[in-house]
Write a protein that binds this ligand. Structure first.
Ligand code: 2M8
Length: 416
């Protein structure tokens, strides 16, 4: 792979202070995409990577929330639901720009740490860490308090918040919602991707119902969909580790962050499923675990020294994820009866998940696996046209092309 073609994708999707995930399908700024994108951009320009993150932090709500989407002005019809649906300007505590009211997984402090480390001199010159540390503190406080759920873990109120929108684990909590018939649903996404690769209309009507519920009523503790997801909590713990490093750099105490990282790591154990050999989400409305093997359940491997790391590596190498045989890391159990190799988060391999798993393998002593996975990630991105996701058996590209985090993380893998 040549770095030049990945950089060209990031150039094309750059909008002056942030990067859109894909020009057609996702024409605004997305929260966790920006953090992944910054991790790649730091190899192109540390300054630009800082800007990518800071433009997201500028859209922080008064309650500390970093929004799922920051809307590009005058672009309403391009993506649904857009700024007219969210009408954030009418909601108390809104930021100066128009945003969605939901959140996404908290990989931001981790990205800040990596961006800083790419060019500490430039970071110091701009006072980058000093400026963003307070925003990160408020973000984590929001997740700890307003989103504080069972076992002291953070909970999410919409499949969009999990980042893995139509993962099979969300089928049951979505099916338990009241019947909603919203009539004709706007689907601008289908102009850019085939219906067979996107969530169904039935799923979309539930997504919109839940989005409206969480827009107008801000008591998230009573939200009709409440899940505790391994991925969000693993990233929160990893980001606390990053906050410890950031705090130490700027003369603050790293101790509270170390303690929080340890607390979350222990708390995650409540989600462990010994029979499946991975973590599973908790449905806090039904009061039961959502038992299936997804890559979210593998993601706590990003925590160095995780007591379950060896068990996760064994699950990865086993038939359900086939590490080393399958393409990258499938998003869902290869042996599940409803595994689908081309449908979004119901089977395909995603580059961001491969990146996370490679990080985890590297910090938990599986260096050879990590090296191989990073090499595959870098090798597969360019020939796929920087696809959104790949068939885990054939590597056939699916979803949109020229997808920013694919280009950014391939660039990062290449530079390791
Ligand atoms: C996908 O989610 C958005 C909603 O947030 C969508 O389907 O329209 C997911 O893959 C999510 O993880 C990602 O952040 C977003 C933008 O790339 O697209």
């Amino acid at each position: 792979m040549s770095a030049a073609s990945a950089i060209a994708v990031l150039e094309r999707n750059w909008r002056g202070s942030y990067t859109v995930p894909a020009a057609g399908l996702y024409p605004h700024q997305w929260s966790w995409d920006s953090a992944f994108i910054a991790i790649g951009l730091r190899h192109v320009s540390a300054r630009r990577a800082q800007q990518e993150l800071e433009s997201l932090f500028a859209a922080q709500w008064d309650d500390g929330r970093l929004p799922q989407i920051v809307f590009t002005r005058d672009n309403d019809g391009a993506y649904s639901p857009g700024p007219l649906f969210w009408r954030s300007e009418r909601i108390p505590g809104h930021p100066p720009m128009s945003t969605a009211g939901l959140v996404q997984p908290p990989n931001h402090a981790w990205a800040v740490q990596l961006v800083h480390e790419a060019d500490p001199a430039e970071s110091a010159r701009r006072g980058f860490l000093e400026r963003v540390y307070p925003a990160l503190l408020r973000w984590h406080d929001y997740l700890r308090t307003i989103r504080g759920g069972p076992n002291g873990l953070t909970f999410l109120v919409h499949p969009w918040e999990t980042g893995m929108d139509n993962a099979p684990t969300w089928d049951a909590p979505l099916a338990a919602l009241p019947e909603v018939d919203l009539g004709e649903i706007e689907r601008p996404d289908l102009q850019h991707a085939d219906q067979s690769e996107r969530p169904s209309n039935a799923e979309y009507s539930r997504y919109l119902y839940l989005a409206a519920a969480n827009r107008d009523e801000w008591d998230v503790s009573a939200a009709p969909f409440r899940v505790v997801d391994p991925l969000a909590n693993a990233l929160l713990a990893r980001s606390e580790e990053a906050l410890a490093a950031i705090a130490a750099e700027i003369g603050q105490s790293p101790e509270p962050h170390r303690a929080e990282r340890a607390r979350l790591t222990t708390a995650l154990d409540a989600l462990w499923d010994a029979e499946l050999g991975c973590y599973v989400p908790w449905d806090d409305v039904a009061g039961r675990p959502l038992r299936a093997r997804t890559v979210s359940g593998i993601s706590p491997i990003v925590l160095a020294g995780l007591p379950r790391a060896d068990e996760l590596v064994a699950t990865l190498r086993g038939p359900h994820f086939a590490l080393g045989e399958a393409v990258l890391v499938p998003s869902y159990d290869l042996l599940a009866s409803d595994f689908d190799p081309s449908l979004y988060w119901r089977g395909p391999s995603w580059f961001n998940m491969a990146w996370l798993v490679a990080e985890g393998l590297a910090v938990n002593g599986a260096d050879d696996d990590a090296r191989r996975l990073r090499a595959d990630l870098a090798a597969l991105a360019e020939p796929s046209g920087y696809a959104e996701y790949l068939d885990p058996w054939t590597a056939a590209p699916h979803g949109t092309r020229s997808f920013s985090w694919t280009a950014a993380l391939a660039l990062d893998a290449l530079s390791r």
